[in-house]
Ligand binder design. Sequence first.
Ligand SMILES: [Zn+2]
Length: 275
Amino acid sequence: MPHRDNADADAPGKQHCLTYSGLTFLPLHYSTWTAPSGVAVGPSPTLQEWQSWFCQCLGIAPPAMAPYANQICPCHRQRLDTHHLHTCPIHSGNWYCAHEFVLSAVADIAQAAGYRTNRGKRVPTSRGQKRGDLEIVVDLNVAKKRTLIIDVAVVHAFHGKVAHPERHGQLRHPNPDKVLIDTVVAKAQGNEYRPDYLRNHTKAFLPLVMSTSGRLHGEFVRLLYILAHRRAVRFFATLDYEPCYEELCQRRGAFFFQHCARIGLAGAQAAALRM
Ligand SMILES: [Zn+2]
């Protein structure tokens, strides 16, 4: 959250200190973000999904996995457990559904901030005929481009399909944030369509990476904050009211919390869907 005691926090060169907790979405504050119809925005996990997610957090096998206990995965590499389900490509169909949950949450937040979004086949392709997940037509001053191409990934911080059984279930890196950073670097540098988008379509490419344990990469948190600022400005503009600095901070902080909660809940449901 922004440091509210710093009166010059918006001054050029000042960096906000943004933090994010993987369990942000659990407080009831989440339910304060409602659509004009009064219905809470976002998905509602089923009881089984809540159960699966909490069991994963506690490091115990979810009841949904009980029918498959000690069964070998069709890939013949490991027994079926949560770590393997999060990493075995045979189950990538569930990965796609999980990915779409997080993508929908990002699109909802961008639209709430007043930006137009395109996804699926409506996202422009790069010269190599590949396309990102989501296009946000925006003026965020991100690389001075008016259009942002988003690529979302949900990664697992633990080994789940390793050849050495003793490494199964161990952290992929002592610092779990490093797994997020490595994925962002791989997406930003490893795919050929990012520079192509920049050169030929003047579109900025932004990978948004979160982990199955609810961690968000720093750029993901930053985007949620920028969209919260935009939403707060629009909020007061709709009221035709000029807010003081503290009022703007308070409203922006509330929206930032909602955005973190929306993404956290989508991530939890995404992780549960894979089981
Ligand atoms: Zn497998």
